[in-house]
Design a protein around this ligand. Structure first.
Ligand SMILES: Cc1ncc(COP(=O)(O)O)c(C=O)c1O
Length: 416
C-alpha cells in the first residue's frame, strides 16, 4: 500500500499551523491543488453558462468535469449529479419536490441515528402533505439501527426511506444495502445521507442501492458545496420548482441559479486528490519529482485510495478509542461493529465545551455539542447537558494527533 500520511499532510498548508485537526467531521482542510484549481479558474476567466464565448465555455467545461468527478467518486453517472450549495439545501429541495406527490395514507421512514438534515426536511414535508412519519430507533449501547425494525416500519404505504450511511457523531454505518432493498421491495424510494460516510472509505451507490445519495465536498477536502447523485431516469420523472427560462434538462432543472464555477473546479481537484492518495510515487529522492503516478482509471484509483485511507484511519482509531475507553473519567458513545473513525465522548465533571476549550488551549481542534445529531443525542440522554465532544479522524490525521488528544484528555482526569 502506498498510503503515506506524511506525504498526504504535506499537501495541506493549513496543517502547518501546529494544531491537531480532529474536527474533520465538521469540515476538512483543503490541499494545495484544490486551492490552486479554484484560483486558476478565476485567473483564466469565467463566464456564465451557455454563452458563445470561451470564458463561458470554460465554465461549462468545469461543470461537466465536476459532474464526472463526483460520479467517479461514488460510482454514479454524471447526468445524475445535481450540484448545489450544501446537503441541507439540496435535501430540502428534493423533499419539496418528492412530497408534491404525497398525501394522507402515505408514510415516510426516518431514523433517530441521522443528522437532522436527513430528518427534519422529510418530517416537515410529510407533515405538510398530511403523510405519516415512522421512526427507526437506535439500539443502545451499540448505537446502531436494527434492520429487523426497519422491515416492520416499511410497508406498501411507504413512499420514502431516509437513512444515513454513517452517523456524524458515533460513526455507526448501518446496513444501508439491506434497508434500501426493503424500501425497493415495498415500492418506496431511498434517500441516503452520505455526507459523513463519503470521506471515510470507498462508496458505490449501486451497491448501496441508494435512489438518492447525497454528499458534501467540504467533508472530503473540497470547497463548501454539496451534490445529490441519482439515476438520471429517476430525476427525469420529477418536476422541481424552477424558473420558466431555466433549463428543463436533467440534472440542470434541479440546480437553482448560477453555479459557483471556480468552486466546482476545486471540487474536481478534491476528487483528484482523493484518487491520488494511494498512488505509487515515482522518482523519490533528490532527482525524482516525487510525483504520484496513477495507473488505471480514476474510479479504480479512488476505490484503492479510499480503501487505503480507511485502513489508515481505522488503525489510528483503535488507538484513539482504546485510549479513551481506558480512562475511567471518560465515557464514550457508540459500539457499532461497523463505524467510521469518529469518537464521541464526555469527561466526568466537565461540560463538553470546557473539554473543547481545554483541548483548544493545547492546540487541538474538536467539536462540542449535538453536532445536529438532534434525535440521537436525545436518545443518548445528553442533548440537554451540552451533548458531547467529537474527535474525528480523516486521512490526513496521524499518530501524533491521536497521542496529543489522549494526553490532553488524560490531564483532565488528574486527581479525579
Ligand atoms: C451526516 C451529515 N449529514 C448532513 C450534514 C449537513 O451537511 P451540509 O452542511 O452540507 O448541509 C452534515 C454536516 O455536518 C453531516 O455530517
Amino acid at each position: 500500500m502506498a498510503f503515506d500520511v506524511g506525504r498526504v499532510r504535506a499537501a495541506y498548508p493549513a496543517l502547518a499551523d501546529g494544531y491537531a485537526y480532529l474536527d474533520g467531521a465538521a469540515g476538512t482542510q483543503l490541499p494545495e491543488p484544490v486551492i490552486d484549481a479554484t484560483a486558476e479558474a478565476y485567473r483564466a476567466g469565467l463566464g456564465n453558462s451557455g454563452g458563445a464565448f470561451p470564458a463561458s465555455r470554460r465554465s461549462d467545461a468545469i461543470t461537466a468535469e465536476c459532474r464526472q468527478a463526483v460520479a467517479d467518486l461514488v460510482g454514479g453517472q454524471p447526468e445524475g449529479v445535481i450540484l448545489g450549495p450544501n446537503m441541507t439545501t439540496l435535501t430540502y429541495r428534493l423533499a419539496g419536490t418528492l412530497a408534491a406527490g404525497w398525501g394522507p395514507g402515505d408514510e415516510v421512514v426516518v431514523t433517530r441515528l441521522d443528522h437532522d438534515a436527513n430528518v427534519r426536511p422529510w418530517v416537515q414535508a410529510a407533515t405538510r402533505a398530511g403523510a405519516t412519519v415512522r421512526w427507526a430507533d437506535v439500539r443502545l449501547p451499540e448505537g446502531d439501527l436494527q434492520t429487523a425494525q426497519l422491515a416492520e416500519l416499511i410497508s406498501e404505504r411507504t413512499r420514502l426511506v431516509a437513512v444515513t450511511a454513517a452517523s456524524n457523531v458515533i460513526g455507526t454505518r448501518p446496513d444501508v444495502a439491506a434497508i434500501t432493498a426493503l424500501a425497493r421491495a415495498a415500492g418506496a424510494l431511498s434517500y441516503v445521507d452520505g455526507v459523513h460516510a463519503t470521506p471515510h472509505g470507498p462508496v458505490d451507490v449501486r451497491e448501496l442501492g441508494a435512489d438518492f445519495y447525497v454528499t458534501s465536498s467540504y467533508k472530503w477536502s473540497g470547497p463548501h458545496l454539496g451534490a445529490v447523485i441519482a439515476d438520471p431516469g429517476l430525476l427525469d420523472s420529477l418536476a422541481p420548482d424552477k424558473l420558466a427560462p431555466a433549463p428543463s434538462s436533467v440534472p440542470e432543472r434541479f440546480e437553482r441559479g448560477t453555479l459557483p464555477f471556480a468552486d466546482l473546479a476545486g471540487m474536481t481537484a478534491a476528487v483528484e486528490h482523493l484518487a491520488a492518495l494511494a498512488d505509487p510515487v515515482q522518482g523519490e529522492g533528490a532527482e525524482g519529482t516525487g510525483r504520484r503516478v496513477g495507473g488505471g482509471g480514476r474510479r479504480e484509483r479512488i476505490l484503492a485510495s479510499m480503501a487505503a485511507a480507511e485502513a489508515h484511519e481505522q488503525e489510528l482509531f483503535r488507538v484513539l478509542l482504546g485510549g479513551l475507553d481506558a480512562m475511567t473519567h471518560v465515557t464514550t458513545y457508540g459500539k457499532a461493529e461497523r463505524r467510521t473513525a469518529t469518537a464521541y465522548f464526555n469527561v466526568a465533571g466537565r461540560t463538553p465545551l470546557q473539554v473543547a476549550g481545554h483541548l483548544a488551549e493545547r492546540r487541538i481542534n474538536v467539536w462540542d455539542g449535538d453536532n445536529y445529531a438532534w434525535e440521537l443525542t436525545g436518545v443518548l440522554g445528553i442533548r440537554d447537558s451540552g451533548a458531547a465532544v467529537r474527535a474525528g479522524l480523516v486521512h490526513y490525521n496521524d499518530r501524533s494527533d491521536v497521542d496529543r488528544l489522549l494526553s490532553a484528555v488524560h490531564e483532565l482526569g488528574a486527581g479525579s
